[in-house]
Design a protein around this ligand. Structure first.
Ligand SMILES: Cc1cc2nc3c(=O)[nH]c(=O)nc-3n(C[C@H](O)[C@H](O)[C@H](O)COP(=O)(O)OP(=O)(O)OC[C@H]3O[C@@H](n4cnc5c(N)ncnc54)[C@H](O)[C@@H]3O)c2cc1C
Length: 467
């Protein structure tokens, strides 16, 4: 029987990054993955394929505005959805192959099969052909991720009533795509099909889309997506989803109890994700789960079994690839006797619609609830030369800073390239910058990043220069 210093169950961004860091730190490392490709949800059916389709559909959308730039396209412009999906798959395959390369390069043993605990130190790997191989693990990291969740009365048939996984490979552009859930995944995939010509309706239980983010971002994103043609039914509780042949009907009640009926041909259920521990036999190793099905962990991400750790979507906190990665590195370094630390307040959140949305730190709603004395700086993209040059004038940057110390408490953005711009905000907050610190740093002109400086100027005595 082979034995390892550390065995990682699950090869998503949490698991494979943990494996690399463990190997770098000199541990004999193995990783178990039940699917034939490495990379987990993120690489196979999450971050990467969704961004590939967003990029392709964005090109198509931009083409409609070429004439504004003096570019005349003659002849019919058509979408070949299958080719778009094939390209997405090629990106996924290449990225997943890259993870396999990294495993080999770092001498990490890869087991293909389902990993199940026999005890706290023994793991059985059940392979596709039914054979079982047992491996010994001094330490184990559970990185089994998550799966799409649904509502109890919805039966997902994976054809017309679908999850994000099927939405990444639809055989046709829907005529009317009804999205249940106005969170990140629903909106990103909704925008893909909206751009390709579908009518898209979003039904959201809460009173606003992207409910976890700052209210100003929800408001602006709603406005922009409405302008692009997306329809919203917020404060609506879905009560029935039925399929009849190629037709799908979604019924929901508004806050007053009045019913709406939406007729479509596809319904995407995007109501969140649930932690995945099926087949793991966690109890055999003495690993406790919470009431919500997450693996219970302490501040060191250690489970109720002292040699077993858990990271990523299967534990508490934001379900994000980069959060899983940070946790993978933390556990590896902790096992190596180091003293790593994660500041969860500084894990940024991003929505990859266009305009993009991103945020780090506290929202205005959170600061109000905490009773914190804060001030606000704003800067609209439409006042930015770079944004006008690119015709990307939607959105703004909002900086929240402590009213007394000027320390930046949160940065919230919606606009072109916000997904990349948020890195400046994270860096600033990691070093506990004040709004004035940011406002006094030179930002190249003309760039979208100038909006961060201007919002910081606005936060410190209303000194913004270009409004
Ligand atoms: C459509 C979509 C878009 C997304 N976009 C983004 C984005 O842009 N940015 C972002 O940060 N996040 C995004 N996410 C979320 C992101 O994918 C997850 O947060 C991330 O993948 C979590 O990583 P993980 O390592 O915890 O688990 P996962 O990536 O879920 O990986 C877990 C792996 O464990 C394997 N596994 C499970 N049980 C076993 C077992 N018993 N034995 C062996 N293997 C097992 C699974 O097969 C899987 O491969 C997106 C998700 C979706 C669905």
């Amino acid at each position: 029987m082979s034995s390892f210093d550390v065995v990682i169950i699950g090869s998503g961004p949490g698991g494979y990054v943990a494996a690399i860091r463990c190997a770098q730190l000199g541990m004999k490392t193995a990783i178990i993955e039940k699917y034939s490709t490495l990379g987990g949800t993120c690489l196979n059916v999450g971050c990467i394929p969704s961004k590939a389709l967003l990029a392709s559909s964005h090109h198509y959308e931009e083409l409609q505005h070429f004439a504004d730039h003096g570019i005349e396209v003659s002849g019919e412009v058509k979408v070949n959805l299958q080719k778009m999906i094939d390209r997405k798959q090629a990106v996924v395959d290449q990225t997943s192959g890259g993870v396999k390369f990294l495993m080999d390069k770092n001498n990490i043993t890869v087991f293909n099969g389902v990993g199940s605990f026999e005890s706290a130190n023994l793991i059985a790997v059940t392979k596709a052909d039914g054979s079982v191989e047992k491996i010994e693990a001094k330490n184990t990291i559970i990185a089994t991720g998550s799966k799409p969740s649904s509502l109890p009365f919805i039966s997902i048939d994976k054809e017309r009533i679908i999850t994000s996984t099927e939405a990444l490979k639809l055989p046709e552009v829907p005529k009317h795509l009804i999205i249940i859930g106005g969170g990140v995944i629903g909106l990103e995939l909704g925008q893909v099909y909206l751009r390709l010509g579908a009518q898209v309706s979003v039904v959201e239980f809460m009173d606003r889309i992207i409910p976890g983010m700052d209210g100003a971002l929800s408001k602006e994103l709603t406005k922009v997506l409405k302008k692009q043609g997306m329809k919203f039914y917020t404060s609506h509780k879905v009560k029935e989803v039925t399929r009849n042949g190629n037709a799908v009907v979604v019924k929901a009640d508004n806050a007053k109890g009045e019913e709406i009926v939406l007729d479509g041909d596809y319904a995407l259920v995007a109501v969140g994700r649930r932690p995945y521990t099926d087949g793991l036999n966690a109890e055999k190793a003495g690993v406790k789960l919470t009431d919500r099905g997450q693996v219970e962990v302490n501040d060191h991400l250690q489970t109720s079994a002292s040699n077993i750790y858990a990271i990523g979507d299967v534990v508490r906190g934001a379900m994000l690839a980069h959060k899983a990665e940070e946790e993978g590195v933390l556990v590896a370094e902790y096992l190596a006797g180091q003293k790593p630390h994660i500041d969860y307040n500084l894990i940024p959140g991003v929505v990859y619609t266009w305009p993009e949305v991103s945020a780090v730190g506290k929202t205005e709603e959170q600061l109000k609830a905490e009773g914190r004395n804060y001030k606000v700086g704003n800067f609209p993209f439409k006042a930015l030369g770079r944004a006008r040059a690119s015709a990307d004038t939607d959105g703004f940057i909002k900086i929240l800073a402590d009213a007394t110390t000027d320390e930046v408490l949160g940065i919230h953005m919606i606009g072109a390239r916000a997904a990349d711009l948020i890195a400046e905000a994270v860096t600033a907050m990691e070093f506990r910058a004040s709004a004035e610190d940011i406002s006094r740093m030179s930002h190249a002109h003309p760039t979208f990043a100038e909006a961060i400086k201007e919002a910081a100027l606005d936060a410190t005595g209303k000194r913004a220069l270009h409004v």
